[in-house]
Design a protein around this ligand. Structure first.
Ligand code: GBH
Length: 463
């Protein structure tokens, strides 16, 4: 079999990728260096009340200036892969004419540094930082933005296509659409369920056009997309609760998986949302574009959802899920992280097994998994984060179980390499394997980073 479990030790396949992930706006800083133009997150973070503590990504961890030091730390940890994102506003020129070579140069240097350190580069083309100029012409509610994304993907592929091991066109289009245009909790902060569904389709189209651009450029790496998928569970077996779970599963998982992997939107989700929209923004050839073959499925997993039908008359007017105001979300029993998210590794195993069951024997990567916890300084001055070690161990054990169950799971990336700008929560939440002191920008590998490094060295975890 692919994996072994002996005497409390779980061994991973010899080809397993042990990774860590970041995203451009969350770590880079240097937001006006070398011709970078503003993104929707610069704008959003500058608006009062949007981000905890008024934080912005203007400096953050200063990775743009310190990437060499950070790659050195990755090599010390022994990472076999590093997932970063390319900032579209570094690559696009103001006004949209031509490409900013200085911006591309940064990622060129980063990729070379990674390869020299023996770390596989995994590049995400869009991790939520839309150029503000494109938002000003409609953002993801405009079809044109998808076409512009295809052109941008081609420009990056031309520069990095010979050296990147895996591509993600998009990171978590659900968040871009449903939080960016639905609840307004993420940039650009627009609200409305029709806009969220329109944005969903244009993001999927952008994915398809991105795949076409990467293929046309002849990239050598795998082509994929990272979805924030999750297990959705009904609170009880009652039909009304089962139907609530079906509805949310449609709007979280199948609305992305089905077009990409099967070339169709889920018919029940179209039906659920028919009073909101007739989906006129879907043109006949779009689904063929969206379902262009990809080489792997990438999922970011944090927690499962537990849902029920709300009692009659109870409506959630802030739900990100269009037409699901009458669905109630429940905390799952058990421990939670500093985000308030439940720690439930069975949700990861169930998700991975479900992908294989419903979408076939496709290679899968977990491109994000991790937890926010407050770190403590130990007696020896080290950063102690035992909860994070427990979290990672339990989730890696769930990954191991999925592999044993036949899932073609090829790699796992911890979110995140470094403490960073946690979107609407600013710097108040720390996800890193490496602690960042934001006053001095000093990096310190946490106990969890040392634990992960030992797991990588042994290609195994002790449970
Ligand atoms: C990921 O998204 C991101 O890719 C990464 O950048 C981020 O730093 C990391 O996780 C940690 O947050 O229904 O409105 O209550 C997070 C995925 C999906 C988690 C939506 C919260 C519920 C939002 N998120 N989910 S809501």
């Amino acid at each position: 079999t692919a994996v072994q479990a002996t005497q409390g030790r779980l061994t991973f396949p010899s080809t397993f990728w042990w990774g860590a992930a970041t995203a451009a706006y969350q770590i880079e800083g240097s937001v006006s260096a070398d011709g970078r133009t503003p993104s929707i997150w610069d704008t959003f973070a500058s608006q009062p009340g949007r981000i905890d503590g008024g934080d912005t990504g203007a400096t953050s961890t200063a990775h743009y200036l310190r990437y060499r030091e950070d790659v050195k730390l990755m090599a010390e940890l022994g990472l076999s892969a590093y997932r970063f994102s390319v900032a579209w506003p570094r690559v696009r020129r103001a006004g949209g004419a031509g490409w900013n070579e200085a911006g591309l140069d940064f990622y060129d240097r980063l990729v070379d540094e990674l390869l020299a350190a023996g770390v596989r580069p995994v590049a995400t083309l869009y991790h939520w930082d839309l150029p503000q100029e494109l938002e000003d012409t409609g953002g993801w509610t405009s079809r044109d933005t998808a076409l512009r994304f295809g052109e941008y993907a081609a420009a990056v592929a031309t520069r990095l296509g010979d050296r990147v091991a895996m591509w993600n066109t998009l990171n978590e289009p659900w968040c871009s659409a449903f939080l960016g245009y639905g609840t307004g909790g993420h940039a650009p902060g627009r609200r409305g369920h029709v806009g969220a569904l329109t944005a969903t389709h244009h993001l999927l189209l952008a994915h398809g056009l991105g795949v076409a651009a990467l293929r046309a450029a002849g990239v050598t790496g795998q082509v994929s997309v990272a979805l924030n998928a999750g297990a959705v569970r009904p609170l009880t077996p009652a039909p009304a609760d089962a139907d609530a779970a079906r509805r949310i599963d449609g709007l979280l998982n199948r609305i992305f998986f089905d077009p990409i992997l099967r070339g169709v939107y889920p018919s029940d989700t179209i039906e659920d949302t028919k009073d909101l929209t007739d989906w006129h923004f879907v043109r006949p050839s779009d689904l063929a574009t969206i379902s262009a073959p990809i080489d792997a499925v990438c999922v970011n997993y944090y927690q499962p959802d537990l849902v029920s039908a709300a009692p009659a008359g109870e409506l959630d007017h802030n739900t990100p899920y269009p037409t699901a105001q009458a669905v109630r979300f429940h905390p799952t029993p058990g421990p939670v992280t500093h985000m308030g998210w439940s720690v439930d590794p069975t949700g990861l195993r169930d998700l991975l097994v479900r992908i294989r069951r419903d979408y076939g024997d496709v290679p899968v990567y977990v491109t994000e998994n991790g937890a926010a916890y407050d770190d403590r300084v130990g007696p020896d001055g080290g950063i102690e984060d035992p909860e994070r070690i427990d979290y990672l161990r339990a989730h890696l054990a769930a990954v191991h179980e999925a592999i044993a169950a036949g899932v073609d799971l090829r790699g796992y990336f911890v979110w995140s390499l470094l403490d960073n700008f946690e979107w609407a929560f600013g710097f108040s939440r720390r996800f890193g394997l490496i602690h960042v002191d934001y006053a001095t920008l000093q990096r310190t590998v946490k106990a969890s980073g040392r634990w992960y490094s030992e797991a990588i060295a042994g290609n195994a975890i002790d449970v």
